[in-house]
Design a protein around this ligand. Structure first.
Ligand code: RP5
Length: 161
């Protein structure tokens, strides 16, 4: 399993989340890691969610990133159905994403969801965190992550003027 190319699952509650979650997929792509992206809603398409989790477990998906807005229960329901680590991305909503953030983060003890920032920053960081999880077992991915971090040193100016 260690040598098999790993996959990251990326799911979102609506097609309307794609504009933000594209940043997540683009980040994963920039590390040349496989990902499997779908629109799956915990309340609109619960059967699709169950099927996706069964398939993900069968193919050895290492991490699932779940994004949703509003009463954002997608990440929590996903985490309830699998032991694959679930990373939650709250999507901005009518309440500016505070509702999504709290719905995703406030999981009762026992079924954890690692929760990221609202919107684009969370979408990108969830991808980077998934990459970091994979890094431990895949030295080439670890090298790419170190290279990515090293670029900040070069890009950030030492002086503000
Ligand atoms: C959530 O409701 C989705 O994740 C989305 O962020 C939000 C609004 O969905 P749409 O009405 O745009 O389909 O389930």
């Amino acid at each position: 399993m260690k040598n098999k190319k790993p996959t990251i699952g990326v799911i979102m509650g609506s097609k309307s989340d794609w504009e933000i979650m594209k940043n997540c997929c683009d980040t994963i792509k920039s590390f040349s890691v496989n990902y499997d992206v779908r629109v799956i809603s915990a309340h609109r398409t619960p059967k699709r969610l169950e099927k996706f989790i069964i398939e993900s477990e069968k193919k050895g998906t290492k991490v699932i990133i779940a994004a949703a807005g509003g009463a954002a229960h997608l990440a929590g329901v996903t985490a309830a159905l699998t032991t694959i680590p679930v990373l939650g991305v709250p999507i901005e909503s009518v309440l500016k994403g505070i509702d999504s953030l709290l719905s995703t983060a406030q999981m009762p003890a026992g079924v954890p969801v690692a929760t990221f920032a609202i919107g684009k920053a969370g979408a990108i960081n969830s991808a980077l965190f998934a990459i970091a999880i994979l890094s431990d077992n895949y030295p080439e991915i670890n090298r790419r992550l170190k290279r990515y971090r090293a670029n900040f040193e070069k890009k950030v100016p030492k002086k503000p003027f």
